[in-house]
Every structure is written in structure tokens, then in C-alpha cells.
Ligand binder design. Sequence first.
Ligand code: UT7
Length: 340
Amino acid sequence: MSRIRAAITGVGGYVPDYILTNQELEKMVDTSDEWITTRTGIKERRILKGEGLGTSFMVSKAVKELLDKTRTRPEEIDLIIVATITPDMPFPATANLVADEVGAVNAFSYDLAAACSGFLYALTTGAKFIEAGTYKKVIVAGGDKMSSIINYKDRTTCVIFGDGAGAVLLEPNYEDLGLIDSILRSDGSGAVYLNMKAGGSRIPASHASVDANLHYVFQDGQPVFKFAVTKMAEVAAEIAERNHLSGEDIDWLVPHQANKRIIDATAARIGLNSDKVMMNIERYGNTTAGTLPLLLWDYEGQLKKGDNLIFAAFGGGFTWGASYLRWAYDGIHFTRKTNF
Ligand code: UT7
């Protein structure tokens, strides 16, 4: 029997209704639609409004859609991993809250924090439980309510980030479809360039930490840009080369949506035209752990069984990585014809 691979067998997603446009941001900070569009590619982003609604609200919506689309009963789920840096609260894990909300009573669940690379880390981690033969149905979700940690007076960050979540179902596959290879990296010395300083054990929340704006995202954009553009392209090229994939063999690049210029550079490095690059940054901005599953959500209808997908991400940590995955089904209206 051929080896067990972890295949994505369905996708769910959720973005909040409220659309924050560049024009609205022009009224909030000293910025312009022209600056945001040319520097980042972003036109609008979604914001989760409503008292008491956190990341688990969005992830639960995405997971419910996923269960519905794949005709999976929540009791069948073995494990839920939620990649996020904006958990509902420090503990319990957002994944525990999601499991409860969707009725996944037999699942164990935990969060994974790797910022913008979170979904890629979680995908690779979740796949191991399938490949080992331990579990049959693993949900990997990524989502962030970035608006909860963004200072809407800081033009260097507030134009970039948005809220959203997506989720995929992983199941065993014996046809050599699914996750083939991953390269994951991190470098904690990058913490100085991209972080949220307070609210953890080093600087617990206090009046002073609030007054000093330490509960917001801090980003020194240029160094992060330089690392991101180099490392994301490097790791995407490395995974393509070690799997003997040329630009012609790759059907889709699934890149983290931080900046259109970083995405374009990564695509050029592995020899891909823009028609093979998934992109929705113009509508959602940077949803951190949400970007990769939201791309799959938007592009699911165009994907075909056997398509070669290269995922690439870079984010706070620094964390970065790339994965090679062979897509397991045709189109959006997935009905279970194959016994995975
Ligand atoms: O997803 C996690 C990883 N994050 C990333 O990958 C993000 C990487 N970094 C970037 O994408 C870019 O660095 C940014 C989009 C954040 C910024 O673009 P940039 O081309 O690097 O601009 P900059 O930071 O060098 O700023 C250029 C100028 C500055 O003005 P001066 O000093 O030249 O007078 C900024 O103050 O643009 C100014 N600026 C703005 N102007 C209008 C910064 N933000 C804005 C703004 N609107 N929103």
C-alpha cells in the first residue's frame, strides 16, 4: 500500500461584513488611496464589529461551513488546530472554544502561534497526525481579528491589516495527493522589528502599558519587507527545486498576503506568471493566519485534482516557510465520490 498523505478535502471561510476602504482610512490618518495601493496592493479590508466577538467567532463560522460542505458530522473530528496571534483570551485556547461552538465533542484542540506563517505551521503539524495513521479527520484553521491589536492612529500599520478566518479538513489519501513537503523556519532575532510588546508575561497589562500604546502591533516596515521578500522567495524556490518542479509544473502559488510587491517577487523567483498566483490582498488586506486558507476559499472553484500548489509565508517571529501540496479534488461543489 502506498504511503498515507494528508489531503485537503474541503475548505471553509469567513470574512466579516464591514468593509473598511482606503477612502475611509484617508479620513482617519494621514494617508491616501494612491499610497496604500501602490505600496501594498490593498484596496479594502474587513473588520469584525460587535461587542464580545473574538477570533473564535470567525473561525467557528469557517469551520461550520467546512463541515457543511464536506458533509462531515462534528463528532467525527479528531483534532482542531487554530493558528492565531489574536486568541479570544490568553487561555483557554481559541481552538477549545471553536470545538465547543461547532460541537466537535470528540476532538482535542489547541492553538498555534506563528503569526503570518501560522497556517503553514499548523498545516504541516496537522498533516503529521494523518501521515502517522493516528487520526482520520483533522481541521486546520487560521484566523485573526487584527483590528483588536491595531492602533487606528498609526498609519504605518492600520492600512495593512484586516480580519478573517479560513479552515481546511485534512484526511488520509492513498493516491499520492495531499501535503508532499514542507520547509519551516524561524529566527527570533526578528522580534525587534515586528511585535506586540505588552499583554504577555514580560509586560502584563497595566495603565502604563496601555498609555504607552504597547498593546498594538509594532512594525518597522522596511527591514521586515527586506527579510520577507528575500526569505519568502528563497524558501519557495528551495521547495520547488528539491521537488524537481519548474515554473511549468506549478499550477498555483498560494502566497501570504502581506504586500503585493513581496508576492510578485516570490512568483518571479519561481518562474510563475501572475495568472498562476492566488491573490485577494486587494479585498482583505493582511489577515495574518487567515490569508492562506482564505485564498483557498476564494480559489477553490478553479482548483483541479492533481494541481501542484506551492504555499509560501513570512511573518512575525520571524517565521517563514513553504509547502508543496497536490490538490485532491475538482471544483467547489465537493461531493464525496472517492474513499479518501
Ligand atoms: O505579514 C507580516 C510580515 N509583514 C510584511 O511582510 C510587511 C513588510 N513591509 C511592507 O510591506 C512595507 O514596508 C510597508 C507597506 C509596511 C511600508 O511600505 P514601504 O515602501 O516600506 O514604506 P516605508 O515604511 O519606507 O515608508 C515610506 C514613507 C515614509 O515617509 P518618509 O519617511 O519617506 O517621509 C512613511 O512615513 O511612507 C510613509 N508612510 C505612509 N504614507 C502614507 C508610511 N505609511 C504610510 C501611509 N500612508 N499609510
